[in-house]
Structures are given as structure tokens and as C-alpha cells.
Write a protein that binds this ligand. Structure first.
Ligand code: UN1
Length: 517
């Protein structure tokens, strides 16, 4: 059964090109159902915008409320289920994801646009995260700590928070939902999941897999729809104890304000303005490979995308020349075509936004070396494509050097030396991912010490995080949380501290231990 509306088990077509559009409702309390208001929206293929992948329920506050009520009912039973039993469900889900990897990847290319090799990477990241969390289900969940008093035991344990709202972006339609859902489920929370409105079909497929893996009704509820309607209702709902959000900085700040006012836990991952520092002693060929992958992979639509190339003066001409020569060979197109290097932009609004940054760069007199336009040749006109774009002579204060573009646009910022490189790389409000290319061990380690970001790469671009390590950033990128890795459990649990006194008498901490003064 896959995402049917109004009770009827509607079969969905195979997830390959040309399959019939699906129709999906919300998944609430163990069944698929239409939205209370009955409104729907469509998901399109950004490489051929006329191709509709499916119609989805446009959720509102009533749907969110129904989902929260279902989660509330399911929570106590799920929280009491032994963690290894919860983990077994994740293990089955991980296996199902692996079995369906190719079909999910093709569907992702059609719904989100990223080229097929990258879509396979996204699904693999989801498999890795799911299996990693399944393995965490038999690991210690706290510490035994010595007491200062005799016949007294102290320990800590992690407990679930309650009902958690997970709001995910479209750029990693499978991986990022698994970063949130899997640890939240393992920890014993009940969830209301609101995926991005641009990629609801992948979310429906992920939920189906978790249902098939054996998740009890009400533990995971899906409400599709817009951020303004469904997302905002979830953030405001008084019974939702925590929100985990990945998305834009503006939306993140308003969510943080709403959660702050309501005394609600919130974890934010809000993007970056990531820089690759290329020092004159670095391997330039390697740095060019890294820059192309970091800046134009996923059409630059990653929070970790390499958006600034901070290049030491001695290397800037040779680096720029090689980069421009290589960028002109990149082929734009449908990500299902194996010849395609760079896929489409998610939607028209983002396309216009990206072009707005090209105009801003030109307005501030940066030198446009490549791209700079919406691509419309041949079949590209059927989709939303932007030419890979390079600006040179960019100064750190320009908007294109400060603001997140989330598109295939990269800026080259020349610097005099290592000191200036570190200052420029650190000189934005974000702190997600920074990289340095050098053959000098001293400079590499100095950079590791001084770059102000949650993730630092040496001789690799700013993208490519692995799920067994913490993911997240400093400064304006977030609010101190990290996803993935074992740290993911911090986001979705509370600590309980337990003292057990078996002395049979009143023992006073701090006082009885220091009777002598
Ligand atoms: C994102 O940048 O939006 O590190 C997530 C990476 C991927 C995840 C990126 N593993 O590039």
C-alpha cells in the first residue's frame, strides 16, 4: 500500500521514468487519509516541469492537530518498547531501503533533479544512517557515576522527549529525513514529519518503508504541505515538545523565535557560505577537481556547497584558468542521462533567486568569467536550469561573498597570504564547512585550529560529510546542535539522572560527607 488517499489502497506506479503520477494523502495514526480541507498540490520534475510526479494533500493546522493527537496516543507504548526492539525495525527499514536503492534513486532524480550518481549517494547516505542507528540500539545509553555516599548508586539514562516535529528540506530528500527520523525513533519519540513541498513523493516512499518495517500506528505521522501552513502549525502546536529543522536561515530564525517563546526545544541547521582556501603550495589540479565538485555538484544546492574560493595571490591565475577551462566542459541536462554533469535547479523561484545574485555580483563589479544566465538551449527550456557560474575579483564584502546563494555560483576571492586567507574564510555569519588545500602540514594544522566552522576538510572540498560523524555548524549556521553520528541522540533525548540510596537512612549529600568543616 503506498500513500493512498481516502482509504482506498491506491497502487503507485513503478518508480522509473514515465510511471503514472501517484496520489497521496497524509499518514496519520496508521492510515493514509485525505487532508481535512481536501486541498492538494503537485510535485513536478524540475528537468521537465510539465511532468507531474504526483498529487499530495496540502496539510493545514487541522491535519497537524490530528497527527499530533495520533502521536500522543502512540508515544507511551513506543517509549516503553525496548530500544533493541525499536532498532530491529530500523534494521528492517535499512534493508528495504537498500533493496529499493535504484528505484528510489531514479525517483529522486525525477523529483528533485540531482544527477543519478548523486541520487544514489543520497539514498546510500539514508541507508547508512538507518543501519548506523539500528546498531546504536544496543549501545550504552548512559553512565554509571560514583556517589560521594556509601550504599548509594547513581546513573544517567537517555529518555525520549515526547512528540517531535521534523521539518526537512528538498535538497537531500532521503538522507536528511533519515538524519532526523532514525535517531528520533530509536530514542523512543513519536514524530510528525513535514517534508519539503518540492519533494513529497520521496518522503511518502520513506514512510511506506518504515511502515513495512513494522513501525506501530501513530509513532510516525506524515503531513505534507507548505511550510507556511503545515510547517508553521507544527511549530506552534503546544503538544509538540521539540522541532528539528533544516532549511533557510530566515525561516530558521522565525522558528527559533516561536519555539523560544513557547519554551520548546529546537535544533536548527541553516546552511552556510562555505569556503575552500587554496594556498600557493597546494596541489592545484586536486583543488580544481575539488572546486568543481564542491561548487557545482547538486547544482550547488547543498548547505555545504563550496561557494567561495579563497586563493593565495601566487596561485590565483593558474587556478582560475584551469577552473574556467573545466567548467565550460560541464554538461547541463536531465540527471537520468548519464552524460549529464549538472542537473536542474529545484524550481522557478530558486532559479530567479540565483540569477538575482548574478546581477548583484555584476552590480558590485565582480568579474563574470563563466555562466551567469538561465540555460534555455534545446530541451533545457523544459526545465529550470542555470549555467555554472564563476565570478573572479570578488571582495569579501560583496553580497555574493556573504549571502548563501544555494545554486551553481562560485566566487574567487584573491588573498595575499595564509593570514588573510583565514580571516576571509572566517569572515561570514555562517560556520558550516571550510576547507584548505595545502601540502604544508604546519599550515594544514594551523588552518584546522583556526577555521571557525563545524566541519573542516583538508585537501578535500566542503561537501562529502559521512554519517558516523557529527554534522552541523557554528555561528549563524545553527544553534549548537549536531545531526548524525552518536551526537544525533542529544537532539532527540532528555537526560534522566537517577540516585538510588539503599543505606536505609537519610544521607545528606555535601553535608554528611564534610562533617569536619
Ligand atoms: C547538505 O549540504 O545540505 O556533506 C547536506 C555532504 C552530504 C550532506 C549534505 N553528505 O555533502
Amino acid at each position: 500500500m503506498s500513500g493512498p488517499v481516502a482509504g482506498g489502497p491506491a497502487a503507485s506506479g513503478p518508480a522509473g521514468a514515465g510511471s503514472a503520477p501517484t496520489t497521496s494523502g497524509h499518514y496519520i495514526g496508521g492510515r493514509w487519509r485525505e487532508g481535512v480541507a481536501g486541498a492538494t498540490f503537485a510535485s513536478h520534475n524540475p528537468a521537465h516541469v510539465d511532468e507531474v510526479l504526483g498529487h499530495f494533500a496540502a496539510g493545514d493546522a487541522d491535519d497537524v492537530d490530528a497527527a499530533v493527537r495520533a502521536a500522543k496516543e502512540a508515544f507511551p507504548g513506543w517509549a516503553r518498547t525496548p530500544m533493541p526492539e525499536r532498532a530491529d525495525i530500523l534494521l528492517r527499514a535499512g534493508r528495504l531501503l537498500a533493496e529499493r536503492k535504484e528505484a528510489l534513486s531514479r525517483l529522486m532524480t525525477r523529483e528533485m533533479g540531482k544527477v543519478l550518481t548523486e541520487a544514489r549517494g543520497d539514498v546510500q547516505e539514508g541507508i547508512d544512517m538507518t543501519l548506523f542507528m539500528a546498531g546504536q540500539g544496543r549501545r550504552p545509553t548512559g553512565e554509571t557515576v560514583p556517589s560521594e555516599l556509601r550504599r548509594k548508586r547513581c546513573f544517567t539514562e537517555r529518555v525520549p522527549i515526547g512528540i517531535v516535529g521534523c521539518i526537512t528540506p528538498w535538497n537531500f530528500p532521503l538522507a536528511i529525513p533519515t538524519w532526523k527520523l532514525m535517531p528520533a525513533l530509536l530514542a523512543g519519540n513519536a514524530i510528525v514529519f513535514k517534508p519539503a513541498e518540492d519533494t513529497p513523493l520521496l518522503a511518502v516512499r520513506l514512510v511506506e518503508i518504515l511502515i513495512e518495517a513494522g513501525l506501530p500506528p501513530g509513532v510516525l505521522n506524515l503531513v505534507t504541505g507548505t511550510g507556511e501552513q503545515a510547517g508553521a502549525a507544527l511549530v506552534r502546536h503546544p503538544e509538540v515538545a521539540a522541532i528539528s529543522f533544516t532549511g533557510s536561515a530566515d525561516v530558521g530564525r522565525s522558528i527559533a523565535a516561536a519555539c523560544g517563546g513557547a519554551g520548546k526545544r529546537v535544533s536548527l541547521e541553516l546552511g552556510g557560505k562555505n569556503a575552500m582556501v587554496v594556498l600557493a603550495d597546494g596541489d592545484l589540479e586536486l583543488a580544481v577537481d575539488g572546486a568543481l565538485w564542491g561548487a557545482f555538484g547538486t547544482s550547488g544546492q547543498r548547505c555545504t556547497a563550496t561557494s567561495r574560493l579563497v586563493v593565495e595571490r601566487g596561485a590565483v591565475d593558474a587556478f582560475t584558468e584551469r577552473l574556467v577551462a573545466r567548467v565550460t566542459t560541464l554538461r547541463l541536462g536531465d540527471g537520468l542521462d548519464p552524460a549529464t554533469d549538472v542537473g536542474p535547479i529545484i524550481n522557478e523561484r530558486q532559479l530567479r533567486r540565483i540569477h538575482g545574485y548574478t546581477e548583484a555580483g555584476q552590480g558590485e563589479r565582480a568579474r563574470l568569467l563563466a555562466g551567469g544566465a538561465i540555460a534555455t538551449e534545446g530541451t533545457l527550456a523544459e526545465g529550470t536550469f542555470y549555467q555554472p557560474t564563476i565570478f573572479a575579483d570578488v571582495r569579501p564584502t560583496m553580497r555574493i561573498a556573504q549571502e548563501e546563494i544555494f545554486g551553481p555560483t562560485v566566487s574567487i576571492l584573491p588573498v595575499e597570504d595564509f593570514e588573510e586567507a583565514v580571516t576571509v574564510a572566517n569572515g561570514t555569519r555562517y560556520g558550516l564547512s571550510l576547507a584548505v588545500y595545502t601540502r604544508d602540514l604546519h599550515k594544514a594544522m594551523e588552518a584546522v585550529d583556526r577555521l571557525e566552522s563545524g566541519i573542516v576538510y583538508v585537501n578535500a572540498p566542503t561537501i562529502g560529510a559521512e554519517i558516523q560523524l557529527p554534522f552541523g555548524g557554528t555561528k549563524g549556521t545553527g544553534n549548537g546542535h549536531r545531526e548524525a553520528g552518536t551526537t544525533a541522540m542529544d537532539e532527540f533525548t532528555e537526560w534522566k539522572t537517577v540516585y538510588i540510596d539503599y543505606s536505609g537512612r537519610l544521607q545528606r549529600a555535601q553535608i554528611d560527607t564534610h562533617q569536619g568543616g
